[in-house]
Ligand binder design. Structure first.
Ligand SMILES: Cc1cc2nc3c(=O)[nH]c(=O)nc-3n(C[C@H](O)[C@H](O)[C@H](O)COP(=O)(O)O)c2cc1C
Length: 201
């Protein structure tokens, strides 16, 4: 059985383009890979709070020594990390907001990037602890940036996943979504062809 983790991060719910195209991929994948198990983590609907020094300090304490804030945050971090650990396939919807990932996606990253849990440091440098997984990233943008320095997302997400040991990462882009109805329709249609192809593999 394949476990799929669908991480959504649009602030626009079902109207979000990244939510829609990543959802289409998941729906298609479930058709072509019967018996798969799906977990959804919707960061737009249920945002992760900012990471704080108090929270980080709590990780190092025995559970009985944590205050309420620290206990809640540690439990959330463990839940999010377990979702990642359990997943064979990670499907990420990735809107571009103000030239970066959404603040809720960044907060999610801050809660799952934990030494000894998702990565470790060895004498040879950092080593990811979540190997053997495949990730699909569905990036939605108002403008067009692939292959330019303004594409701040591709390298960042590749770096984060790579840090966790997830090196098989496939990107599907829907770009130019704010550049008129025709370019938008064309971009979404191109993304759809690609996602159907990927889901069938
Ligand atoms: C708050 C906000 C900031 C945005 N910033 C950018 C941006 O910096 N560059 C860009 O190309 N598009 C930008 N857009 C357009 C979004 O990338 C586009 O609407 C995309 O569809 C967002 O994904 P979503 O529909 O899944 O939320 C922005 C949209 C919003 C709502």
């Amino acid at each position: 059985m394949t476990n799929i983790l669908h991480i959504k991060s649009s602030i626009l719910g079902d109207a979000g383009n990244s939510n829609q195209i990543s959802q289409k991929f998941v729906d298609q994948y479930l058709v072509t890979h019967g018996g798969s198990e799906l977990t959804v983590r919707d960061l737009g609907e249920n945002p992760i709070p900012h990471l704080t020094g108090e929270v980080i300090g709590g990780y190092g304490l025995a559970p009985e020594d944590r205050n309420e804030t620290q206990a809640e945050a540690a439990a959330l971090s463990e839940t999010l990390i377990n979702e990642l650990r359990t997943a064979d396939i990670i499907v990420m919807g990735l809107p571009m907001y103000n030239f970066g990932v959404s603040s809720s996606m960044k907060a999610w990253i801050d809660y799952v990037a934990r030494a000894g849990e998702t990565f470790t440091y060895t004498e040879n440098g950092p080593e990811g602890l979540l190997t053997g997984k495949k990730a699909y990233v569905f990036a939605a943008r108002g403008g067009k940036y692939v292959g330019t320095p303004t594409d701040t997302q591709t390298g960042f997400i590749q770096t984060i996943f790579g840090f966790f040991g997830i090196v098989d990462v496939e990107f599907v882009y829907a770009e130019g979504l704010a550049m008129g109805e025709d370019p938008k329709a064309e971009a979404l249609a191109t993304a759809e062809v690609k996602l159907i192809e990927l889901a069938a593999a």
